[in-house]
Write a protein that binds this ligand. Structure first.
Ligand code: FAD
Length: 178
């Protein structure tokens, strides 16, 4: 495996989509049982702050996407959040449903119920999931030869990475998953 992405929130799903589209071998590890675990619990009041701009008055999809606060990027216009809710103030359940549909439609490779507990680096990366602490120690321990951590390349990405939470992504130099 070439890339390991930790977390199937919106950012992890988006990374998986583009890694897959670029024909990279990747796997997303998700602690929860479905994508978008955050939105299945939060916000508690269940109403999103990110309004659903279905009726912008513009016909240009590029402009519409710029004011769309909820959709992930893909080549499929049917996979816009605006198709998943009619409400101006959609619910968090709508977004969770949308993220699950996105992951399914894009055939994203996600391993659920896998909580990463430790990432260490001693020349190469070693990623451990919570099951290592229980009976499945040998079956679930990741022992890949990860050599470097990848950060997104865009202007000011270094500053942003300290301000916002980005999904963890690790690149392997070879496949050696136990
Ligand atoms: C109260 C509140 C309200 C918000 N309301 C809105 C809103 O209305 N609209 C909006 O667009 N944004 C809203 N946000 C912001 C939004 O939640 C984040 O911008 C978004 O969730 C970030 O996506 P992410 O993929 O980076 O992280 P997350 O959504 O947090 O995804 C991280 C994923 O990683 C998984 N994970 C975590 N640890 C591990 C681990 N050790 N091993 C494996 N998997 C792991 C989690 O289960 C989760 O699925 C709100 C945030 C808060 C706190």
């Amino acid at each position: 495996m070439e890339y390991l992405v930790i977390g199937a929130g919106p950012a992890g799903l988006q990374l998986g989509y583009f890694l897959g589209r670029a024909h990279h071998d990747y796997l997303i590890l998700e602690a929860g049982s479905a994508p978008g675990t955050f939105f299945r619990t939060f916000p508690r009041h269940r109403q999103l702050l990110s309004i659903n701009k279905r009726h912008t008055g513009w016909s240009d999809p590029e402009i519409n996407l710029r004011v769309d606060w909820n959709s992930l990027l893909s080549d499929n216009p049917d996979l816009l959040f605006t198709r998943y809710s009619d409400r101006y103030f959609p619910t968090a359940d709508d977004l969770a449903r949308y993220l699950e549909a996105f992951a399914g439609a894009c055939n994203l490779r996600i391993q659920y119920n896998t909580c990463v507990t430790h990432v260490s680096r001693n020349g190469c990366f070693r990623v451990t999931d919570s099951k290592e602490d229980s009976t499945r120690r040998s079956a679930s321990s990741w022992q890949p030869v990860f050599r470097r951590r990848i950060f997104p390349r865009f202007p000011a990405s270094k500053q942003r990475s300290s301000m916002v939470r980005l999904p963890s992504i690790l690149k392997a130099s070879s496949t050696s998953v136990c």
